[in-house]
Every structure is written in structure tokens, then in C-alpha cells.
Ligand binder design. Structure first.
Ligand code: ZN
Length: 603
């Protein structure tokens, strides 16, 4: 309650700031005038009133605790309002602002060609110094005036940039598309992330002021309050994101690291953190991005605008072994205690090719738990050949792969799970696929999944087989606090027996905590962390480093997937990042045991 109250107060103060932006401007420029009422109808008939848009501030974005992530700020634009003697005014303004007069004038001519009746925006988002310079000289600039618009401002720069998205103003072709939906030319619209997904809530309805002009089109002053149509600010949204966890997760991608992290609360599907690196600063887009900034972003070979957490599918490597294991158990092809026909001696020959285990000396004979703990490829190659491609494809789909999770973000990638048909199309009807089965069993070959899909799958295992749709919206509410849309928690039971889930969870505990483990770097003393590393081969450079896991084993509060591109072993790069994210989540929730309690938990 305290948080809600806090956010509402903040909403009011931000609105007040925007209104203040207008008043100061109108007052300082000498526009405030009170004119008698009967006068207007006559003025209107004589075409002596000009409509001035009062932009509606966009709705605010908060995290789950009321931390403000995105708000609006006033931006001051220099606008040409009359064509009479415009060239002199524009040339003088160019000198005052240190801009190229010729460029400004040609911009006017081209804008007027498109919208002959509308005011022309000369310069957007002036700096405070530029505003002061124009104001001091406003009497010498009769064709110009300053106008206020409402611009997006994200509070933490590039943090969570893909998740939040950015806004940009409607250009000529877009305006034609959106005008019937109540947009004005130059209005701002969400272009990615939640700004796009929840545009309908976030956008407000612009208001209008009416300004009296003389016969030559010059402003004489605003008309009375009674004529004004107040803007209706956009609604606010609160997210499931916990900003403390988000900022910690972002900070763990150091240096030039490229990758993604997704943290989910297994019981609800709430996304607690969603990171994609490299990122970008949405503030660059606020008043229209500069050409050099745009070129830098789109020509960057690391694609900073691309959301790797939900739009990039990667080979999941050994993190996929839980799917192979679950499929084999559910199809009763093995029992948990059963050992494979061939022990691991470091490789397995299939056809005329040798398929390697990561441990050169081999793991010997293992049961299922041992194979997951040690991440033994030779064990899984044999399981893959028992299941065959369609067996693994069927269970991948039952567990939610090969399909979008339906998270409330645009442009989610569905990943890829190949089946027999896929290989028949590629390799012909009679192609031998045992090698492909072996590759698929360890999440290599054509198998692809997004970090979000892997986090969501492990969250379901953590939650006893109940999959909860990952989502980001806690609620949307108008500025009076009325809830327009509440949280939607959507659940589905995966077709896995309790026995299968229990075997897999215990093996994932072992993979982090037992001798032979690969995920020890994600360990948290005193907490039963479960998880699996992956070191996925890729034709594009070094292996990708994965860790997917959850904590604690019983009543888990977080599932997390971490992917670092071309960073090598999952055990060395992704696992420690995932461990720190889980640790922070437990710390926030007061679930990190004291040292004396910790010992008892781990026994
Ligand atoms: Zn092995």
C-alpha cells in the first residue's frame, strides 16, 4: 500500500512538473492573457484562432516495488507558426542557436510541402541555454514560438533497455497508418519492448489550447481556460521486474560480454529480471535519434538493439539433457538406476564417426543421476538413439520448446526442434539419422532455444511440473489509481510424473553440489541450488556458455538461465553469474541462511 501511495504521489508530481513547464513558458513569453468570452466565436469564424496541441505525458513504468523506471519530461521545441516574413525569423534563430541557416530554411520548405497548413518544427528538444537565448529574443522572432512537448525519459539509461523498449515520433508514412487511431503527426509511439506491447495503456490523449492570432497569423495570446481541452495522461504500468535483481544481473555482464539472463519466479511465472547485452540507451530516441547515433547502433556488429533473451535462439547444449532424460523416463525406455550398454571411455562410435564425451578419459558406467551430475555425453548419445529424433522432438514440444512462451513482449523467437520430417526434407528420405539423434540428445545439431525458453522450462521443473507463463505486467492503472488490467497468471501441468520430476531435480542438485559436478560455481552455501551447465558448440567462434537452474530445491523462488556467447565453458562463465543472481534473489527475500543454519541445510 505504501508503495502504491508512493507511486501515485510521484505520478502527480511528474504531471505537475509538465504543467509547470507549460505555464513558465507561456508566462515568460508573455502569452497569458484573459480575453472576454463572447469574443471567441467571432474569432473562430474569422480563422483567427490557432489550435495548439498540449501533449499528454506518457504513462509511467514502475518495477514491482514502485521503483520508477520510465517517466516523461518536457522538451522545448522551436516552431514556425506563420509563413509571413518567416525567412528573417529563421535566419536570426539560426544565428542564436549556432545552426546552419540554409539547412534550417530548406527544412522548413520541405516540411511545408508535406503539411502546408501545420506549424513547422524547426529544432526539437532545445537545451536550457538555447531556450533562454530564444526567449530573450522572442520579440525579434515574430514567426517563431517555443512549444512544449512531452518526451520519454528512462531513469537508468541502458539498463533493461530491451525490456522497456523506446519511443519515437510518427513520421509521414506512419502517421498515415495511425491517424485513424487518434494519433497526431509527430506523436510519440512505442517502438519496442513494453513501450510497444503496452502502447494502448501508456499513450495518453492530447489536449488543445486555442491561440488568438492577428490577420497575418502572428500570435496575440492564449484564449481563456474555458476553451482549453486538458490532456489526459497515459496510464501507468507496474512490472514484475525487481529492479534490485535486474541491476545486479546487468552488472555481472562485465566488459565486452555478449549474452542474456532471464530470472523467473517458478510459482507464478513472474519475470524478475531480463537482461540482454550489449544494450543501448532509450533516451537517445526520446526526441528523435540523431543520424550518427542511429548509424552507430545499426552498424555495430554486436547488434545492441537485438533482444537476445527472447529473440535469439541458441543450441542449448547440455542444459537440454533434462529433456532427453525426462523423455526416456516417461517412455519407460530406462529406469533411473539402469546403466547404458556401453560405458563411457571418452567417446562413442556411431556409424563411421566418433562422438566425443567432454571428459577424455571417460566416465565409466553411470546411472541417470550420475550422467546428469557428470554431464556425460556418451550416456546421452545412447539415450538419444533409443528415443530417436521424433521421440525427443515429441517431448521437447510437450515441455514447451519449439513454441513461443507467449511472454508479453513483441517479437519472441520460437526456437527450433527438428523432427524426422525436418531431416527428410534436408537429407532425403533414407538418410541415416543415428548421428543426428546423438547430437540432439546433448542439445547440439539443429536444436535451438532462447534463454527465456530454457528459464521457463527449468522454472516448470522447479515448480513440480506446473508451467507458469512468463509475464512482465503486474498491473496497468490510470493516474487516479484505478486498475485497468491486473496480473494474469496462466498455468499448465506438464505431462511429467512426480517420479520423473523428482529424479531430475535430485540430479540437478547433484550437478551443482556433488563430486564430479559441473555446476559448482553456482553453489550457495546453505541453499540447495539445482542446475545444469552447458557448453554449446557453435559454427560461429568459441562455444557458448550456459547455466540454467533454480533455488532452493524445495519451494524454489527463482529459476534462472544465463547465456554468454562464445565465452567457453558453462561451468566457468555462466554458472558463477547465475549463482550470484540466485543469491541476490534469496537475499532480497530474506532466505539466505545464517552461517550456523547453513551447515545443517547442506547435510
Ligand atoms: Zn562421459
Amino acid at each position: 500500500m505504501a508503495n502504491e501511495l508512493g507511486s501515485r504521489e510521484r505520478v502527480l508530481s511528474i504531471l505537475a512538473l509538465l504543467v509547470l513547464g507549460f505555464s513558465v513558458l507561456l508566462f515568460r513569453s508573455g502569452y497569458l492573457q484573459v480575453v472576454k468570452h463572447g469574443h471567441y466565436a467571432r474569432l473562430s469564424q474569422q480563422n483567427r484562432l490557432r489550435r495548439l496541441m498540449i501533449p499528454a505525458p506518457r504513462g509511467l513504468v514502475f518495477d514491482c516495488n514502485g521503483v520508477l523506471i520510465a517517466q516523461s519530461r518536457p522538451g522545448f521545441d522551436l516552431v514556425l507558426v506563420t509563413v509571413n516574413d518567416w525567412q528573417a525569423s529563421v535566419s536570426k534563430a539560426a544565428v542564436l542557436l549556432g545552426l546552419d541557416s540554409l539547412l534550417l530554411r530548406s527544412s522548413v520548405i520541405s516540411q511545408r510541402r508535406i503539411f502546408p497548413k501545420d506549424p513547422v518544427v524547426l529544432v526539437k528538444d532545445l537545451s536550457p541555454e538555447q531556450v533562454a537565448r530564444i526567449e530573450e529574443n522572442i520579440l525579434n522572432l515574430p514567426a517563431l514560438r517555443l512549444e512544449v512537448e512531452s518526451l520519454r525519459k528512462v531513469e537508468y539509461g541502458s539498463l533493461a533497455s530491451h525490456l522497456v523498449g523506446y519511443t519515437s515520433s510518427l513520421g509521414q508514412s506512419e502517421y498515415a497508418k495511425y491517424r485513424d487511431q487518434g494519433y497526431n503527426y509527430g506523436d510519440y509511439i512505442g517502438k519496442g519492448g513494453l513501450e510497444l506491447k503496452y502502447e494502448n495503456y501508456l499513450k495518453g490523449v492530447n489536449g488543445w489550447d486555442f491561440i488568438e492570432v492577428d490577420a497575418r497569423g502572428r500570435d496575440l495570446g492564449t484564449v481563456s481556460e474555458a476553451q482549453r481541452i486538458e490532456p489526459d495522461p497515459g496510464s501507468n504500468i507496474s512490472l514484475t521486474i525487481d529492479w534490485r535483481l535486474q541491476s545486479l544481473a546487468e552488472s555481472l555482464f562485465t566488459g565486452e560480454m555478449i549474452g542474456a539472463a532471464v530470472a523467473i519466479e517458478p510459482r507464478t511465472g513472474r519475470v524478475l529480471a531480463l537482461v540482454s547485452r550489449p544494450n543501448f540507451d532509450p533516451n537517445l530516441f526520446a526526441a528523435g535519434i540523431r543520424a550518427d547515433d542511429w548509424n552507430r547502433l545499426v552498424n555495430d556488429s554486436s547488434y545492441p538493439l537485438w533482444d537476445r533473451a527472447i529473440r535469439s535462439a541458441y543450441p542449448p547444449g547440455s542444459t537440454f539433457k533434462v529433456v532427453t532424460a525426462a523423455a526416456a523416463l516417461e517412455e519407460s525406455l530406462i529406469t533411473p538406476e539402469q546403466r547404458m550398454k556401453t560405458s563411457c571411455h571418452g567417446s562413442l562410435v556411431i556409424g563411421n564417426r566418433s562422438f566425443k564425451c567432454w571428459k577424455k578419459g571417460g566416465h565409466g558406467s553411470l546411472d541417470l543421476r550420475g550422467a546428469i551430475v557428470n554431464s556425460c555425453n556418451v550416456y546421452f548419445y545412447q539415450l538419444g538413439m533409443l528415443l530417436k529424433i521424433n521421440g525427443m522432438a515429441k517431448w521437447s514440444e510437450k515441455l514447451g520448446l519449439n513454441q513461443a512462451t507467449g511472454i508479453d513482449l513483441p517479437q519472441e523467437n520460437s526456437g527450433l526442434i527438428p523432427d524426422d520430417l525436418y531431416y527428410q526434407k534436408r537429407l532425403g528420405r533414407n538418410a541415416k539419422t543415428a548421428g543426428h539423434s546423438a547430437n540432439m540428445s546433448i542439445g547440439q545439431g539443429e536444436v535451438m532455444a532462447t534463454p527465456l525458453q530454457m528459464a521457463s522450462l527449468y522454472a516448470a521443473l522447479a515448480n513440480g511440473g506446473v508451467w507458469c507463463q512468463p509475464h512482465l505486467l503486474l498491473r496497468a492503472e490510470d493516474h487516479a489509481g484505478k486498475v485497468l488490467m491486473g496480473e494474469v497468471i496462466s498455468k499448465k501441468r506438464l505431462p511429467l510424473s512426480d517420479g520423473t520430476i523428482s529424479v531430475i531435480k535430485q540430479a540437478l542438485y547433484g550437478a551443482v553440489n556433488e563430486p564430479g559436478h559441473t555446476g559448482g560455481a553456482a553453489r550457495i552455501y546453505g541453499v540447495k541450488v539445482c542446475g545444469k551447465t552447458g557448453t554449446a558448440q557453435t559454427p560461429h567462434g568459441n562455444d557458448h556458455s550456459w547455466f540454467v537452474g533454480f533455488a532452493p530445491q524445495d519451494e524454489p523462488v527463482i529459476a534462472v538461465a544465463v547465456l554468454v556467447e562464445n565465452a567457453g565453458h558453462g561451468s566457468e562463465v555462466a554458472a558463477p553469474i547465475a549463482g550470484k543472481i540466485m543469491r541476490k534473489c534469496l537475499e532480497i527475500r530474506g532466505l539466505l541462511p545464517q552461517p550456523d543454519q547453513a551447515k545443517a541445510v547442506m547435510q
